[in-house]
Design a protein around this ligand. Structure first.
Ligand code: 6FA
Ligand code: ABL
Length: 542
């Protein structure tokens, strides 16, 4: 049956938008290409040690690192070449769940937001009321495996860092450090799936349809009439809209861009690529109806560099290698009994921020995240594997580098131009180097602390210059459908409506013009709260 709103993709953008719009009484169909994740959603993929419980891999925070090492990794989108979650919850069902309340600067006009978006606080407050962050997710209130926090704090203190509860003052992001905050609830993965999706599903005017992929929107010139899906049980896979109905794309930075290309919206070279694909070509609108917008351009992702250290006090937890198959028995038992202990936190521990000068005069911020263990170690030094920890340094607010994403002939989505350290003046790289050199400047003040990667055979400059770009990826892709006031410069207008269309919207990470200070999904969830309010307030809808 036709509905008022078809929302494509059940990531954080889609879930929050769907909940708010169904709360307003509109009929909403949320279409998700993947399947269940947490137990509550019908997921049943469990670690052997959790058999008999109602805990899936996606429920247990301590299983986070095993997302990258599990041979049965069905949750990643197979047709996107970077990590993207294709299951209920999208990225929020598989991510590290680091959750930073957005700052005013994250929504400022200097960060690229239209004036209409600057007053984010009511939406941010609505978000934190539904989903409060916690920096002590274990149900006993204790924090576990925090040796790395103690060591990194010792290293940063002489540089003038203050120890704070990071989300207590989101605007304060220079020379501060504190515990990781997550959107876990009751020692389990929480996020939008455990909150907003549950209230939506309790409404009779809301429906979640899984294992259904949207291929393109169907349009009559500027008016969208519905979407084409891979559902073979209905004619042409067509899902129709009610009169004045709307489609909202929330398929992620790669997924929403691909749907736009396949709907004849985007740069000509991408639309021609779709036109050359035998499956997609017959579904494309006629060339005179193509809409030329910069879909796929303006993309950013934090350039990130890992530093690997050892300290005798640190427990590397064997880099989380056995958490899925064979964790320490006491840790598994404690978690099963009371949702407490090491398994109730994802791997990241200590976080810190500082502002950095750069040759072009534009300030950049750097975030550091420390965790026990290391994903890869390349060093000539000898070291004790049980004492290893990693600091990932991310360059965030202020970065000027941009990339481009798109599709290839098979319509797989991928970066076309990498977005890291490519600004004309080289200021992103210079700021990153300054930040990295600052981090390590006080190593000698912490007895027993050693940097093993980069080792003493390579300078920090060489380390950054020779860093494998594929490992600089932070999984924080934004900007492919950038918001703005000018058609042609932006893809969506300040109401998140795609320029040149009457009733097509995008609400996901792709509309964010720049990266926030921290890992982005907290800011994105506030974006979705605000977008839902703007879409509901916009005249002409159902
Ligand atoms: N962000 C944080 O803030 N903190 C973190 O710790 C953090 N960690 C990670 C991380 O460890 C990994 C491995 C990844 C991949 C991301 C991380 N992020 C973190 C980033 C954060 O998760 C993303 O920024 C956030 O999830 C983006 O939300 P969106 O709503 O923009 O998009 P998603 O990709 O989450 O969801 C899209 C959904 O649409 C998916 O469920 C997908 O299956 C569905 N979809 C895609 N194409 C579709 C189609 N054609 N038809 C139907 N459904 C479709
Ligand atoms: C994030 O925001 C990043 O997107 C993830 O890359 C990061 O996890 C999490 N948060 C946690 O800080 C890292 C893992 O810790 C690494 O082991 C893994 O190799 C890496 O993601 C892959 O990109």
């Amino acid at each position: 049956a036709p509905v008022d709103y078809i929302i494509v993709g059940s990531g954080p953008g889609g879930i929050i938008t769907a909940d708010r719009i169904s709360q307003a009484g509109k009929s909403v169909l949320l279409v998700e290409r993947g399947g269940p994740s947490t137990w509550e959603t019908g997921g049943r993929y469990q670690a052997p040690w959790a058999a008999g419980s109602n805990l899936t891999k996606f429920d247990v925070p301590g299983l986070f690192e095993s997302m990258f090492t599990d041979p049965d990794s069905f949750w990643w989108c197979e047709d996107i070449t970077v990590f993207a979650g294709c299951l209920i919850g999208g990225g929020t069902s598989v991510n590290g769940a680091l959750y930073w309340v957005p700052s005013d600067n994250d929504f400022s006009t200097s960060a690229g937001w239209p004036q209409e978006w600057v007053n984010h606080q009511p939406y941010t407050s609505a978000l934190t009321a539904r989903l409060p962050p916690t920096d002590h997710p274990s149900t006993d209130g204790e924090r576990y495996l925090e040796q790395v926090s103690t060591v990194v704090a010792e290293m940063l203190k002489p540089q003038g860092y203050s120890n704070v509860t990071i989300n207590n003052d989101p605007n304060y992001k220079d020379h501060i450090m504190g515990y990781a905050a997550y959107d876990f609830i009751g020692g389990q993965r929480g996020g939008p799936v455990a909150t907003y999706l549950q209230t939506a599903q309790a409404r009779s005017n809301f429906k979640l349809q899984i294992y259904t992929e949207v291929l393109n929107v169907v349009r009559n010139g500027s008016t969208i009439t519905g979407v084409t899906t891979n559902d073979t049980s209905v004619l042409d896979g067509f899902y129709p809209l009610n009169p004045n109905g709307r489609v909202i794309l929330s398929a992620g930075t790669y997924g929403s861009a691909r749907i736009l290309f396949r709907s004849g919206i985007g740069p000509t070279d991408m639309l021609q690529t779709v036109q050359s694909n035998p499956q997609a070509a017959p579904l494309m609108p006629a060339e005179e109806d193509w809409i030329d917008l910069p879909v796929g351009y303006n993309v950013s992702d934090n350039p990130s560099i890992n530093l690997v250290f050892t300290h005798p006090s640190v427990n590397s937890y064997d880099n989380w290698a056995d958490v899925f198959t064979d964790p320490p028995a006491a840790d598994a038992a404690q978690y099963l009994k009371s949702r407490s202990g090491i398994m109730s936190q994802a791997s990241p521990r200590w976080n810190f921020w500082s502002a950095l000068g750069a040759p072009d005069g534009i300030t950049r911020w750097m975030q550091g995240t420390a965790r026990p263990g290391a994903a890869s170690i390349n060093t000539t030094l000898s070291y004790n594997l049980t004492n290893v920890f990693t600091i990932t340094a991310y360059l965030s607010t202020g970065i000027q580098s941009r990339g481009r994403i798109g599709v290839n002939a098979a319509l797989n989505a991928m970066p076309l131009v990498n977005p890291w350290l490519n600004d004309k003046t080289g200021s992103d790289e210079a700021a990153l180097l300054t930040g990295l050199n600052n981090i390590i400047s006080t190593i000698s003040q912490v007895p027993g602390l050693e940097l093993i990667m980069p080792d003493n055979t390579i300078s920090m400059t060489e380390y950054v210059k020779t860093y494998d770009p594929s490992t600089m990826d932070s999984n924080h892709w934004v900007g492919s459908n950038i918001i703005g006031t000018t058609a042609g410069k932006a893809v969506v207008d300040p109401n998140t409506k795609v320029f040149g269309t009457d009733n097509l919207f995008v609400v996901d990470a792709s509309i964010m013009p720049t990266l926030p200070y921290g890992n982005p999904h907290g800011t994105l969830m506030s974006v979705a709260e605000q977008a839902a309010a703007k879409i509901l307030a916009l005249a002409g809808g159902p």
